[in-house]
Design a protein around this ligand. Structure first.
Ligand code: ATP
Ligand code: MG
Length: 345
C-alpha cells in the first residue's frame, strides 16, 4: 500500500493523572472517510483535537504526507474542524460566515464572492445566503458550517459529532449529503460519532475506541461481521452472547455470540437439530420483528431472534408459543478467554 496520508504514531494524552489516550496509532489514507466510534468519554474528541492541533499531546507524533506536523500550530495545518454546535457568528449572514475565514486569509473580494457562491451551491443553500443563522433551521445552520469548512479547501476535514444535535430525519439526509460531498470533492475526512448507524452508513473505515484505546479498525462490514472482542460485538448492532454453544465444540473459557438475524426459527424440530424455546415477547421494529425467546434447558435465559414479517405471518408466531430455533455453526462468533479478560479489565 502507498504511504499513508496522515500517520498517528503512539499518541498519548493525559489530563493530570488521567490517561485519556494510551499510545494511539492510526494511518489514514488520502480521500478516506474514517469514523471514530465509541462510548462517551472514550477519547474521540480528544484525539480529534490533537489531530487538529488544538491541544498538545504528551507523547507520540503526527505525520502528514511524511512531514512531521506534531508541533505545527492549528492555524498552519490547513485542516478544517466542525463541531456539534453550529458555532456560526449570529450577527453575520450565511455568506458572511463563510467569507470570514477567507478574508482572514487575505483573499481578494472577487475570489471570496465566487468561493462563497460555489460552496453554498455545493450544500444546496444558495437561497439562504443573506439570512442570519437565527433565520435558518438547525440542518441549514449545520450545512452552512459545513460550507464554511469546505470553503477553506482543507487538507483534512475533521467533524466532531456534526449531526447529533439534529432530529432524525434531517440527520439521515445530511449523512447522505456529507458522504456524497466527500465522494465528489475527494476530501480526507475524520468524523467522530457515538452513533453506530452513522458510522456504519458513512465510513470507509470505522475505528472503534474504548477507554483511550483503539479496539478494532476495519470496514463497516468487517466490524459488524468479524468483531474481535465482545465489546465491539456488543457496541455495534445487537448480539446474543451464549456461554456454551454445542457440547463437542465448546471450550471452557470461550464466549460465543450470534446476531439475532442469524438465528433460525422453525415450528418443528428439523433433522434432530434445534433448541426448544418459548416466545416471551414480540417487538415490532418496522422492517422486522424482534422476538425474545426464553431458552429451555440452556445455560442462558433468553435469546433475541429477528424475523421478517413474512416469516412471522407464515409461522403464525404469537406470544407464549413454543418454538424451535437453531444456531447455524457458520454464524457463530467465538471469543477466546484472553479477549474476554482484556475487555473486562
Ligand atoms: N480538558 C480536560 N480536562 C480534564 N479531563 C478531560 C478534558 N477533556 C477531556 N477529558 C476527559 O478525557 C476523557 C475523554 O474525553 P473526550 O471528550 O475525548 O471523550 P469523547 O469520546 O469525545 O466523549 P463524548 O462522546 O461524550 O463526546 C473523558 O474522561 C473526559 O472527562
Ligand atoms: Mg466528544
Amino acid at each position: 500500500m502507498n504511504q499513508p496520508y496522515l500517520e498517528l504514531q503512539a499518541i498519548s494524552k493525559s489530563y493530570g493523572s488521567f490517561l485519556a489516550l494510551d499510545r494511539i496509532s492510526l494511518n489514514v489514507h488520502q480521500n478516506e472517510f474514517v469514523c471514530l466510534l465509541g462510548p462517551s468519554g472514550c477519547g474521540k474528541s480528544t484525539l480529534l483535537r490533537l489531530i487538529a492541533g488544538l491541544d498538545s499531546m504528551n507523547q507520540g507524533s503526527i505525520q502528514l504526507m511524511g512531514n512531521d506536523i506534531t508541533h505545527v500550530a492549528a492555524g498552519k495545518r490547513d485542516f478544517a474542524m466542525m463541531f456539534q454546535s453550529y458555532a456560526l457568528f449570529p450577527n453575520m449572514t450565511a455568506a458572511q460566515n463563510i467569507a470570514y475565514g477567507l478574508e482572514n486569509k487575505k483573499w481578494n473580494k472577487h475570489d471570496i464572492k465566487e468561493k462563497v457562491k460555489e460552496v453554498l451551491e455545493l450544500v444546496n443553500l444558495s437561497h439562504v445566503a443573506d439570512k442570519y443563522p437565527a433565520q435558518c433551521s438547525g440542518g441549514q445552520q449545520q450545512r452552512i458550517a459545513l460550507a464554511r469548512a469546505l470553503a477553506m479547501s482543507p487538507k483534512i476535514l475533521l467533524l466532531d459529532e456534526p449531526l447529533s444535535a439534529l432530529d432524525a430525519n434531517v440527520r439521515e439526509k445530511l449523512r447522505y449529503e456529507i458522504r456524497l460531498l466527500h465522494d465528489k470533492l475527494g476530501m480526507t475526512t475524520i468524523m467522530v460519532t457515538h452513533d453506530q448507524d452513522e458510522a456504519l452508513t458513512m465510513a470507509d473505515r470505522i475505528v472503534v475506541m474504548n477507554e483511550g484505546h483503539i479496539l478494532q479498525a476495519g470496514s463497516p462490514q468487517d466490524i459488524y461481521e468479524q468483531p474481535q472482542s465482545p465489546f465491539v460485538a456488543h457496541f455495534i448492532g445487537t448480539m446474543n452472547f451464549i456461554p456454551k454453544w454445542s457440547p463437542e465444540s465448546s471450550a471452557e473459557n470461550n464466549v460465543y455470540a450470534i446476531r439475532p438475524e442469524h438465528v433460525q426459527l422453525s415450528r418443528e424440530r428439523k433433522g434432530g437439530l434445534g433448541e426448544t424455546g418459548k416466545i416471551e415477547n414480540i417487538e415490532f421494529r418496522g422492517s422486522f420483528y424482534r422476538l425474545t425467546v426464553r431458552a429451555m434447558n440452556q445455560e442462558y435465559e433468553t435469546i433475541l431472534i429477528d424475523v421478517s414479517p413474512q416469516i412471522l405471518h407464515q409461522l403464525e408466531l404469537k406470544r407464549s408459543d413454543p418454538i424451535m430455533y437453531t444456531l447455524p455453526s457458520e454464524r457463530i462468533i467465538t471469543f477466546g478467554q484472553q479477549l474476554r479478560s482484556a475487555v473486562n479489565s
